[in-house]
Structures are given as C-alpha cells and as structure tokens.
Design a protein around this ligand. Structure first.
Ligand SMILES: Nc1ncnc2c1ncn2[C@H]1C[C@H](O)[C@@H](COP(=O)(O)OP(=O)(O)O)O1
Ligand SMILES: [Mg+2]
Length: 208
C-alpha cells in the first residue's frame, strides 16, 4: 500500500474503498478438481479477475525472496501457509486490479473456515461460492497427469495424498459454513470441461 508515516489515514481508506463493493466469488474444491480450468473460462467470458492463492504464493517463491523460501518449505510439505500472508497477497492483488475488473474469482481460498472469516473482515463478503466437486480418485488421476508437465513441487503422489486429506478435513467445513448462508452452488466437475463450464456460467448468470 506504500503509505508513509506522513500520510493521513485517508489514502489507506481509499485503497480499501476501491474493493469495498467488488463482486466476489469464492471458488472452492479439492486439488485437481478443476478450479483453475474453470476460472480461466470465466475470465474469458465475463471479464472477471482470477486470483489463485496458490499462483500468488508460487510467484512469491519464484521471486526468490526470503518470504518465498519460507513459503516453499511449507508448500512442499502440502501444508497451509500462514493466513495473514495469503490474505495480504490477495488483497494487494485485488486493489491493483480494482479499476479494470468486473469481479473477482478467489480460487483456492478460503482453505479453512477461519480464512473465510478473516477475508470478510478485511475485504468483504462473497456473493457466490462455486463448489467444484470431483471424486477423490478423479482428483488424484488429474493431478498425477498434471504433474507430468506442471513443474509443481506438490504434484507428486505423496504430497497429493496429504493435500487431499487436508482438503477433506479443513476445506469441506468451509462449504458447510457458506451453505447455511445459501450462496453455495455445487458444480459436478466429473463432466467434460465445457459441460462443467455450462453449469458455472449458469450460476454466474443467476447473480444479481
Ligand atoms: N472437467 C475436467 N475433465 C477432465 N480434466 C480436467 C477437468 N477439469 C480440469 N481438468 C484437468 C486440467 C488439469 O490438468 C487438472 C487439474 O485441473 P486444475 O484446473 O489445475 O485444478 P485445480 O486448480 O482445482 O487444482 O485436471
Ligand atoms: Mg489451481
């Protein structure tokens, strides 16, 4: 945010104001369920901005920064990185895109209920949660295949298993949490990509 001590609070607030009324969609699903694939198609059709927490974190790792080194060690083990780190990165990215974006797809976040609560405190409430649902065995198969070319350190059998376990334990409660608010749309991601997208598009068209 680059606000020096001499700034009045106003500058910080105007940054926050930029995203105050933003349309926010959470995209939740297991690793390899097809979140990234669907988000790309939403970007093309609707002009939304796609923010993948994993991609933001991997970009930080690639930058070679000290923070990146710490993150890499955590991600390689298939664990969750500290909440504040991810949230700050998402918020900065949203502010940077606020002027040109029709809305935001928050992909891979929240990973646990607490992350959702913090997001709402610091940024805002989602109007929709797309629950990209595929079977465990489908996700493993897709990730093993993706691992052949992705270069992702966590696309290997051992880490995939840990990520799946963590998904079921920590992330599925997120879906229950938002279901009670009536904003969850469950999308069958076992179908071919374009058919999955048909359902995603219907959910987005139903907004407002
Ligand atoms: N509906 C679908 N049918 C077949 N393959 C799919 C699919 N959706 C995604 N894939 C493939 C593309 C990727 O290689 C892999 C993981 O997809 P992804 O979009 O990277 O998942 P995520 O972002 O949820 O981890 O599966
Ligand atoms: Mg992804």
């Amino acid at each position: 945010m680059g606000c020096s001590a001499s700034c009045s609070g106003r500058i910080v607030h105007s940054d926050d104001d930029k995203i105050k009324d933003a349309k926010i969609i959470f995209v939740v699903g297991g690793p390899g369920s097809g979140k990234g694939t669907q988000c790309e198609k939403v970007v093309a059709k609707y002009g939304y901005t796609h923010l993948s927490s994993g991609d933001l974190l991997r970009a930080e790792v690639a930058s070679g920064s000290e923070r990146g080194k710490t993150l890499q060690a955590i991600m390689q083990k298939g664990e969750l990185v500290p909440l504040d780190t991810v949230l700050d990165m998402i918020k900065d990215a949203m502010i940077a895109k606020a002027d040109v974006s029709k809305g935001f797809l928050i992909d891979g976040y929240p990973r646990e209920v607490k992350q959702g609560e913090e997001f709402e405190k610091k940024i805002g409430a989602p109007c929709l949660l797309l629950y990209i649902d595929a079977k465990g065995e489908t996700m493993v198969k897709r990730l093993m295949k993706r691992g052949e070319t992705s270069g992702r350190a966590d696309d290997n059998e051992e880490t995939i298993k840990k990520r799946l376990d963590l998904y079921y334990k920590a992330t599925e409660p997120v879906i229950a949490f938002y279901s009670s608010r009536g904003i969850v749309k469950k999308i069958d991601s076992e179908l071919p990509v374009d058919e999955v997208f048909g359902h995603v598009a219907k959910a987005i068209d139903g907004l407002k």
